[in-house]
Design a binder for this molecule. Sequence first.
Ligand SMILES: CC(C)(COP(=O)(O)OP(=O)(O)OC[C@H]1O[C@@H](n2cnc3c(N)ncnc32)[C@H](O)[C@@H]1OP(=O)(O)O)[C@@H](O)C(=O)NCCC(=O)NCCS
Length: 210
Amino acid sequence: MSTDDSRRRLRVAIREMEIDDLSDVYHLGSRLFTSGELPTLYRTWDEYEVTTFFNTDTEYCLVADVDGEVAGFVLGTTYEKDGSAWKYGYVAWIGVKPEHRGQKLGHRLYQELERRMAEDGVRIMLMDTEAGNKAAISFFSRMGFGRPEPQVWMSKTLRREASPANGAVRRHASPARSMRLALRKPAEASSAASNGHATDRALHQTVKTV
Ligand SMILES: CC(C)(COP(=O)(O)OP(=O)(O)OC[C@H]1O[C@@H](n2cnc3c(N)ncnc32)[C@H](O)[C@@H]1OP(=O)(O)O)[C@@H](O)C(=O)NCCC(=O)NCCS
């Protein structure tokens, strides 16, 4: 890279995700949510997360575009509960390429998501992540989140019987979607947890009132 190139200011834009970004966002997530570092996020990240949010919550799917390249993204959704005046915003996924960290891209992505959600009537923002994801917990603390509540995320490995049917792939609601359901139905979720057998890991949920 020449000196002129390195001095050139990068053009950064926080914009809505477009159909051509789907593959970049999916592959960036696969690079960030790895089995070694973030095993629960690794298990729940898949291409259906990207396409489902894009279909259902387009205005809450944002990318950080740096010189035409996707350097980060955030995917969110909102909830309303019967009988409650509160509207909730949920930050389902946020990620920034390691080489672009510390440049406020995460901050700008989150702020734009929060601005849009607040404009749509959201009063409480929620996020969750693995208890060991210190970077994300520090980041969300800086974004004004607090009151972390540990939540247990459990798993059980089922033995597969050898049969030709095992070759067929069937799609089910992803674990991440189940996790969001748990956010909406805390009583049912905790009773299900107390019936389980294997503790997987504690998640932190944190809340921000806007
Ligand atoms: C969390 C993440 C999105 C932060 O992105 P980022 O662009 O580097 O964050 P920013 O530069 O906007 O930082 C914003 C603030 O958070 C703080 N922060 C960010 N990363 C931090 C870290 N690793 N440790 C401590 N503080 C951190 C910054 O210091 C900054 O605070 P300041 O406003 O006082 O300066 C990024 O680390 C990431 O992609 N992590 C992997 C994916 C992930 O775990 N996502 C969350 C679960 S879905």
